[in-house]
Design a protein around this ligand. Structure first.
Ligand code: FPP
Length: 247
């Protein structure tokens, strides 16, 4: 179906505040076409641009993309280098787009581990888009949920040791405020492409009540129509947050 001709039929009041995506399947997409894996990542970057555009057009406030995990450092060095180069180019080429479309860029992860070719444009775009109040686009880079939790525990332990915080002053909100995602609402929707049914160390604390959507589509093929279909399905799901239906 042609996306421009199809009615969106979404309830504008029932949109998620935050969509998180595990973008998986770039390598398989390339392999199916007898292409180098890097071509799959390049095509995946186009799907990133389209998905950002769809969020912006629909008025979804927050989008978080798992672009590089702490485990991804174990990939062959030429693939890691290609991914870093792709990120650098994405940051450079999308800066104007983010500025003109009121997008604010953020990042979560072990940022100090990134090469300066990525850190420098990343800092520049984050600084340059800080005042934007439209879509909050967050890239998870060198991200793992367990390292994030270790970082949070260390920060709270240090605060207790200094005498700035008593153990019984630690609540769920205290934990959330010390994660890299502080200031972001927890995701309403998690999408994972490529048919894998795992969370792969992504936002483990933050996904406690999130609606999960798994699609066999490989990330480079993920498009606006499928995204809107997921949003429609989300609007038809009943979220009870552990409670029961009101009688
Ligand atoms: C998983 O596919 C994808 C990644 C490890 C990288 C995600 C990166 C992009 C979508 C492009 C660059 C991102 C931005 C923000 C410009 P895979 O390689 O694990 O696929 P496979 O499981 O089929 O091998």
């Amino acid at each position: 179906m042609n996306s421009s001709a199809s009615p969106v039929a979404l309830d504008p009041h029932g949109l998620p505040r935050h969509v998180a995506i595990i973008m998986d399947g770039n390598g398989r997409w390339a392999k199916q076409r007898l292409l180098n894996r890097v071509k799959g990542h390049e095509k995946g970057a186009e799907a990133v641009r389209d998905t950002v555009k769809t969020c912006r057009e629909l008025g979804i406030p927050c989008l978080t993309l798992y672009a590089f995990s702490t485990e991804n450092w174990q990939r062959p060095s030429h693939e890691v280098e290609a991914l870093m180069g792709l990120l650098k180019r994405f940051l450079e080429t999308e800066y104007d787009n983010m500025t003109s479309n009121n997008i604010r860029l953020g990042v979560i992860g072990e940022i100090a581990d990134l090469p300066s070719e990525v850190r420098v444009p990343l800092d520049r775009v984050m600084e340059g888009t800080r005042a934007n109040d439209g879509l909050r686009l967050t890239l998870a880079l060198s991200y793992g949920s367990r390292p994030e939790i270790v970082h949070m525990v260390r920060a709270l332990a240090a605060a207790v040791q200094r005498g700035d915080l008593a153990p019984d002053e630690i609540h769920e909100a205290t934990v959330s405020e010390h994660l890299y995602t502080r200031g972001l609402p927890d995701p309403d929707i998690l999408i994972r492409t490529s048919g894998e049914l795992r969370l792969s160390n992504f936002l483990l604390w933050q996904l406690a009540y999130t609606e999960l959507f798994f699609t066999p589509t490989l990330w480079p093929d993920f498009n606006r129509d499928e995204f809107i279909g997921i949003l429609r399905a989300f609007q038809n799901r009943e979220r009870r947050f552990g409670t029961v239906d009101p009688a």
